[in-house]
Ligand binder design. Structure first.
Ligand SMILES: *Cc1c(COP(=O)(O)O)cnc(C)c1O
Length: 222
């Protein structure tokens, strides 16, 4: 198992440019598989469920940067607030408030990405431009003192239509540019566009991704 994982890891490292960060999506995968990649130098791991994230954090090395990439319920923020490195899935004002308040309680800043709805499937989460514009025009991002806004995240449609997926990536890049210009022009941390998964990370990078979230191409299918 570990040989294949390491081969996959090398292949992906070769395929992505230096400015693109790899989030190794380890959901449902055992501790041993994560340890293999950690030993090979990978430090950012992504999980989509809070309980699994908390359990793995307790068992694995302290220098891992844990990213929460899946939908987050407000009542669970407190469990990850002490240690989570970045939350990719901020999709409502109330969630943002809760993360800010839990970060403050833990005397730290939490890095977040604003998730945008770019797909056609109703099952996916995220803001649209009007919502975020309305929120920040009333409450400037600086109000959230324990939050470090690092950029945006999006999930493209689950589709074989390459054109459609490409257009969704383009849309997220546009939103990022617009947000940066309007609300984060003086920010030194608003830099990341988290888009692209196993099936489409090459295209996502072409369209401006700075952070890809790769699970099955690394660890094998779930
Ligand atoms: C599972 C997951 C991924 C990784 O998907 P793969 O196709 O296995 O690479 C990326 N992003 C999110 C939000 C996920 O839940």
């Amino acid at each position: 198992m570990s040989k294949v994982i390491l081969e996959n890891f090398k292949e992906i490292q070769l395929a992505i440019p230096d400015h693109v960060k790899l989030v190794a999506v380890s959901k449902t995968k055992p501790i041993e598989a994560i340890q293999v990649l950690h030993d090979a130098g990978q430090r950012i791991f992504g999980e989509n469920r809070v309980q699994e994230l908390v359990e793995k954090h307790e068992l694995l090395p302290e220098d891992i940067k844990w990213h929460l990439i899946g939908h987050l319920q407000r009542n669970k923020v407190k469990y990850i607030a002490p240690f989570v490195d970045m939350i990719h899935s901020i999709d409502s004002e109330r969630l943002l408030d809760e993360v800010n308040s839990q970060a403050e309680k833990n005397n730290r800043k939490i890095k977040v990405l604003l998730q945008f709805f770019i797909a056609t499937e109703e099952t996916k989460f995220g803001f649209d431009w009007n919502e975020i514009n309305e929120l920040f025009s009333i409450r400037n991002p600086e109000i959230f003192e324990s939050i470090e806004f690092c950029g945006v995240m999006g999930m493209a449609s689950f589709s074989n239509n390459q054109n459609q997926v490409r257009n969704e990536f383009k849309k997220l890049k546009q939103i990022f540019d617009q947000l940066k210009q309007t609300y984060f022009s003086s920010s030194s941390s608003f830099l990341e566009i988290s888009m692209g998964m196993s099936g489409d990370y090459q295209m996502a990078i072409d369209e401006g991704s700075t952070m890809i979230r790769v699970g099955s191409s690394l660890f094998g299918s779930r």
